[in-house]
Design a protein around this ligand. Structure first.
Ligand SMILES: [Zn+2]
Length: 186
């Protein structure tokens, strides 16, 4: 699973294929999807995840992108779910809107949602509730839950996790999030 800005290899190793781009001699993904390395042709490409109508249930772990950050909640668009029946395999859910309330972020008190999530962040979260009004997520029940990919607020480059801090290698800024132990760019 890769995200926009995920590092895929150096220019010497691979040429950028479908849904990839090259910058400063490195190749990155420009999409959310599954990476594919063609070692014969020396090309890396990313196969975009296609929508599916799998039903979500409580306890499912999903990947979602933050589309709105309010004081009391984040609104996230669910991109895909992890399938408990097939460990390691992932099924994409349909495009579904969900909410992460401020009290479900972590076990300690969260005053400002915007200290922990920003628009565009990719979040690994667990489905807590499903009601006619929508899907509710939480990120407090495990260390693997939280932001798995974040982008610099100033320049939009992917942030790298260095010694428990998120740093932008492009403009040098440091940012704060509710970071998952599975953060994807280390
Ligand atoms: Zn930056």
């Amino acid at each position: 699973m890769v995200f926009p800005g995920s590092f895929l290899g150096t220019e010497e190793e691979f040429l950028p294929g479908e849904n990839c781009f090259e910058q400063s001699s490195s190749v990155y993904s420009d999409s959310i999807g599954k990476e594919h390395f063609d070692f014969d042709e020396k090309v890396v490409s990313v196969k975009k995840l296609s929508p599916d109508v799998s039903m979500l249930s409580i306890g499912n772990v999903v990947h979602a992108v933050v589309v709105l950050v309010k004081d009391q909640a984040c609104v996230l668009e669910i991109l895909e779910m992890e399938d408990p029946q097939r460990p390691g395999k992932k099924v994409v859910s349909g495009s579904k809107s969900s909410v992460l309330p401020v009290f479900s972020v972590m076990n300690s008190y969260v005053k400002f949602m915007s200290d922990y999530f920003k628009i565009g962040d990719i979040v690994r979260a667990r489905v807590e509730k499903i009601s006619p009004t929508g899907i509710e997520l939480e990120t407090k029940s495990g260390p693997g839950l939280g932001v798995v990919m974040a982008y610099c607020v100033s320049c939009r480059h992917a942030l790298k996790l260095v010694e428990m801090e998120l740093k932008c290698s492009h403009c040098g800024s440091n940012e704060r999030r509710k970071i998952s132990a599975d953060y994807s760019l280390k």
